[in-house]
Design a binder for this molecule. Structure first.
Ligand SMILES: Cc1cc2nc3c(=O)[nH]c(=O)nc-3n(C[C@H](O)[C@H](O)[C@H](O)COP(=O)(O)OP(=O)(O)OC[C@H]3O[C@@H](n4cnc5c(N)ncnc54)[C@H](O)[C@@H]3O)c2cc1C
Length: 455
């Protein structure tokens, strides 16, 4: 009898951990990723790392796992089958017995005056450029937004010789209040102290309780205005200060990447307090659909350690459900993974709550600010569309074409949904993400899409 076939979508920390675990217990495993190398966001540019969960370790230990790189999942046309695309072979059918969704997250996009100027980057994008290609967005930089990832990005950029200032919207008192929680987790404590020590040594200034309210420049970034904010991140009048910079990195956290989960019709939940959609999972990482599991950032933003632990558990659960191990083995193996998650989650949950976006963030855009840059939809156009329509994402999309361009709403839809919630009292439906997705999940050549290769 042939081995059951597990397909893992996403070769980041969660996907690699899931694949390794399932392969150890006898599944035939395929991991695929659109990137040219395994590792996902965390290990980008650190391919040779030998640390736990790294691509180097994974490839040394699991040469039986099939790895398909530069390969996109573009559709889930029927139960037990994905459509995948790569440049050499076009669109192909890939059958599976079990599937793990480990597609990670995007940077959370925020529209504010000047955010589309050349020289403005997302914090994750800037970090990726610096780590993977040694390129920085400029020399005098603001790293602005909320959360500890700003420290990591400032570290990546200042080590390259950039003059960096961190603008954190959340007040310093919040970080101080979190110290007892962080102190219970020595790994995070060590990491945070490391960042703070290095940033101080490189004279990286950190301002708390401030936000970038607008970015200026003719053809590219020349300056940015920052302002003090209140607890809801509403700018305090007359506190403006304009700083000459040639690059701005905006990092207001991450949003789970859910297009594939939506195509597979997995239930999606919305965490109102964190302004975050994620795949609904049980405590063994099964989704609402049979034989489909989820791990990592797609189940809620939790960082690399959570992604690794969830990946292991999802892989193990898929093995158990496939009948390759009995319940006794499952219980024993599962125990230490659950314990690891119980150790990691309190800090991750605290960070998610403490640095969550506040309502003032959705009011920074001015009438001429672009909300959808693919289709050139401004705030004024979106507001006008709502004059005769209900305040829903579909109304904005249909009336203005927002989200119908090349990115299909990947960049603008998280912002539009939150803006409607904050400014127009939009209520999010339970169990769903109110932004319909259509295949192909990513742009592919039309000829390949119309003439799929029969596998
Ligand atoms: C831009 C960015 C940079 C980040 N940098 C850091 C950092 O430096 N340090 C840190 O601690 N955290 C960083 N993070 C947070 C990071 O998401 C987690 O720490 C960790 O990488 C999560 O692991 P994951 O496996 O859940 O997701 P990821 O690491 O994001 O892996 C998901 C993988 O799925 C692939 N994928 C997604 N959709 C498809 C598809 N349809 N077809 C094929 N492949 C697909 C992606 O290419 C990606 O490799 C970053 C996040 C982002 C968005």
């Amino acid at each position: 009898m042939s081995k059951p076939h597990l397909v893992v979508v996403g070769g980041g920390p969660a996907g690699m951990a899931a694949a390794g675990q399932a392969a150890c217990f006898g599944m035939a495993v395929t991991v695929l990723d659109e990137s040219a190398a395994l590792g996902g966001q965390y290990f980008r540019g650190r391919q040779d790392s030998k640390m736990d969960g790294s691509p180097g370790r994974f490839l040394d230990a699991h040469n039986e796992v099939e790895v398909l790189l530069e390969t996109l999942v573009v559709d889930a046309p029927m139960d037990g089958q994905l459509s995948i695309w790569n440049e050499a072979r076009g669109v192909l059918a890939l059958p599976y017995d079990a599937l793990i969704i480990a597609t990670g997250a995007y940077d959370r996009p925020v529209a504010l005056p000047g955010w589309t100027l050349p020289g403005v980057f997302t914090a994750g994008g800037a970090s990726t450029l610096a780590k993977a290609y040694g390129v920085t967005p400029g020399h005098r930089l603001l790293v602005a937004g909320s959360g500890p990832f700003l420290l990591s990005v400032a570290d990546d950029l200042s080590i390259k010789g950039c003059q960096v200032e961190v603008i954190e919207a959340t007040p310093l008192s919040t970080s101080i209040r979190g110290l007892p929680i962080i102190a219970r987790d020595p790994e995070i404590m060590r990491q945070t102290l490391g960042f703070l020590t290095r940033l101080s040594a490189r004279r990286v200034r950190r301002r708390y309780g401030h936000i970038v309210t607008s970015i200026h420049g003719q053809d590219r970034v020349e300056a940015a205005t920052i302002q003090k904010v209140d607890d809801e991140w509403r700018p305090v009048p007359s506190s403006e200060k304009t700083i000459a910079v040639d690059g701005v990195c905006l990092g207001f956290g991450f949003v789970p990447q859910l297009e594939l989960a939506q195509a597979l019709e997995c239930a999606i939940d919305y965490d109102e307090a964190a302004s975050e959609f994620s795949i609904r999972i049980d405590d063994s990482l099964r989704t609402s659909r049979p034989r489909i599991y989820a791990a990592g950032e797609v189940t809620g933003i939790g960082g690399v350690r959570g992604a690794l632990a969830e990946g292991q558990l999802a892989g193990l659960t898929s093995v158990y459900d496939a009948g390759l191990i009995n319940s006794e083995t499952y219980t024993i193996e599962r125990k230490h993974m659950v314990a690891r998650l119980a150790h990691i989650r309190p800090v991750a949950n605290w960070l998610r709550q403490a640095y969550r976006p506040r309502s003032g963030l959705w009011s920074l855009a001015e009438s001429t600010t672009m909300l959808c840059r693919c289709e050139d939809v401004t705030l004024a156009t979106a507001e006008a569309a709502l004059a005769n329509n209900p305040p829903t994402p579909y109304a904005v999309k249909t009336a203005t074409r927002a989200g119908m361009g090349l990115c299909q709403g990947r960049i603008c839809s998280p912002y539009l949904i939150e803006w409607l919630r904050a400014r127009h009292n939009y209520r999010i439906p339970r169990g769903d993400r109110p932004w319909r997705i259509r295949p192909p999940l990513r742009p592919v050549p039309l000829g390949d899409w119309l003439a799929p290769e029969v596998a």
